[in-house]
Design a protein around this ligand. Structure first.
Ligand SMILES: Nc1ncnc2c1ncn2[C@@H]1O[C@H](COP(=O)(O)OP(=O)(O)OP(=O)(O)O)[C@@H](O)[C@H]1O
Ligand SMILES: O=P(O)(O)OC[C@H]1O[C@H](OP(=O)(O)OP(=O)(O)O)[C@H](O)[C@@H]1O
Ligand SMILES: [Mg+2]
Length: 293
């Protein structure tokens, strides 16, 4: 019988971005209607959809061998020392950026700093982490659990402040709220069960998944550029390209021309292309990358 790795896919905010990342990494995971065990095109993996809040304890106790969840919920559940953190994977619900847990108040609130929370009432989903954060700073405040729609509670005046996660900032803006300070920066993490890492089959599989997920994320920030350059302009063109990656240079059939190929940050391209053209490059092609190992 084929050995299998038990993999936890986060259900909820991270679900769809996680499925897209696995697709780019080389695995097709297909959710099944009303079923929390999606199918995956790899007989060595058995997938389960698990809430992000519950992922880390399940990985710690061996119900799952490997899982993805936010750093926030690993800390909230206090199991950071009971799981093996394989790598950070910087992506969220709608971007490849980390999220922030922030202390938020109405615009006209007298609360200006964390110290002003003394004796106040706060609502959050991240109760345990928030309590520890305040205790470490000697602040005594009442922290109550929120089941969601947390921003509304501070607008309605049910509490003095909320500690909420924000990614794009649109929910905070939509409620006309003010951020007092950041409490925690969080991104997705790949975590493994300690015993699973001692099993040669599971360890190999975990390392394969980690390498491919990381290389897929890395590739999203880069593009490949290819161009033809007259031999006499080569130095000038190469000088414009980031020095970290020496470009590949090949001869074209016409010996007067060279083909130059390189990988650059996608954010640089719009400035780079006009400069390359001005330096004599022609037939410039930009293409997306799937993986960068
Ligand atoms: N834009 C985002 N909003 C909320 N959580 C996000 C976002 N991007 C990434 N996350 C991560 O997703 C995890 C929480 O996801 P989850 O779906 O379990 O909670 P939720 O979005 O509050 O769920 P619910 O649908 O019950 O509101 C956390 O680890 C958090 O850091
Ligand atoms: O900064 P933004 O990009 O707007 O994202 C942050 C919002 O998204 C989440 O809400 P969710 O959809 O989980 O609803 P909930 O408040 O009911 O949990 C989170 O709780 C914030 O409200
Ligand atoms: Mg939520």
């Amino acid at each position: 019988m084929t050995q299998q790795l038990k993999l936890g896919i986060p259900k909820g905010s991270l679900e769809s971005s996680t499925l897209s990342l696995f697709k780019q990494a080389g695995w097709n995971i297909s959710p099944r209607s009303r079923n929390y065990f999606p199918s995956i095109d790899d007989r060595e993996i058995n997938c389960a959809l698990v809430r992000s809040q519950e992922m880390a304890p399940y990985v710690a106790n061996g119900t799952l061998d490997l899982g993805l969840t936010g750093h926030d919920w690993i800390l909230e559940r206090e199991v950071e020392n009971e799981v093996e953190e394989i790598c950070e994977l910087v992506y969220s619900k709608s971007s490849d950026q980390p999220c922030r847990w922030v202390l938020v108040v109405p615009k006209d609130s007298p609360i200006q700093s964390i110290e002003d929370l003394q004796g106040k009432k706060i609502s959050t989903e991240l109760v345990s982490f928030t309590r520890r954060y305040l205790a470490q700073r000697g602040i005594e405040a009442e922290v109550e659990f929120s089941w969601g729609a947390t921003e509304a509670k501070v607008v309605e005046g049910l509490v003095d402040a909320v500690v909420e996660i924000t990614e794009t900032g649109s929910t905070i803006r939509a409620h006309g709220l003010r951020i007092v300070c950041d409490i925690l920066h969080t991104e997705t993490r790949l975590i493994a069960n300690r015993q699973a890492m001692q099993d040669p089959f599971k360890r190999r599989k975990i390392e394969q998944i980690a390498t491919l997920l990381q290389s897929a994320l890395r590739a999203r920030k880069k593009v490949a550029l290819k161009m033809n350059v007259p031999a006499g302009n080569l130095e000038q063109v190469v000088a414009l390209l980031p020095s970290l990656h020496a470009p590949t240079v090949n001869h074209l059939f016409d010996k007067e021309w060279l083909a130059v190929e390189t990988v650059v940050d996608s954010g640089q391209v719009r400035d780079l292309i006009p400069s390359l053209q001005a330096a004599g490059a022609e037939g410039i092609l930009e293409y997306e990358l799937r993986k960068m190992v």
